[in-house]
Design a protein around this ligand. Sequence first.
Ligand code: PGA
Length: 250
Amino acid sequence: MAIVAANFKMHKTAREAASWAQDVAASPHLLQHEVIVFAGYTQLHAVSEALTGQPLRVGAQDVFWEDFGAYTGMVSPGQLIDAGCSHVLVAHSERRRYAHETDRDAARKLRAALRAGLTPVYCVGDVEEPTEGPMSAQTLTAQLRHGLSEVGLDDLRQVVIAYEPVWAIGTGKAATPRQAREAASAIRAAAAKMFGESSAGELHVLYGGSVTEDNVAAFVREDGVDGLLVGGASLEAQEFLRLLAAVAAG
Ligand code: PGA
């Protein structure tokens, strides 16, 4: 069962997002995959309501690490659950870039999300495309080591890692399936050092970065790639439905 996640980023009104959710909820492939939609804060209630009783899961694109308090503009894990979320993205590269989020912030967010019962999807990835040889395992290892530093062994199976090379996001230049497989294996190797082989083996690893209906099947065929995080190609419901069909056929 592949995990296929849509990331709306800063697109859509609440009404548009709810209408997307209704269209995608009609897909026969929802029972074959775990499908999650990462909507904007202002859309979460409307999307959750549109999906009542449907297997499509709802996630937010960020979260703060405190439960409540004087933190203007922040949104807590409990508030996300109240809005119908089961998942949350942590440290997406656009958060790292525009909000200067660090691996230390990610560690706090992961801990807070897990404590509240949310499934965090922790985004890691190298900024530059490696010119030759394997993916930059060093960057991934550092992001994993810091970001997962406050995750307990029991919570690890609740964590999803999204490998999203920055050079592939929104550029139309996806990583190759082989690069995605090598990165997934570097991620599991780093996790194995922290948590042991068998726990690391249970970790779910997604690939994200210029995934389309045309290239998606090749990624899910790779060993160790458990699913996809899709930005641009998720925005139109019909295009995302075709992408889900391609995953099912792949
Ligand atoms: P993209 O975005 O599919 O538009 O490259 C992926 C992401 O940032 O999650």
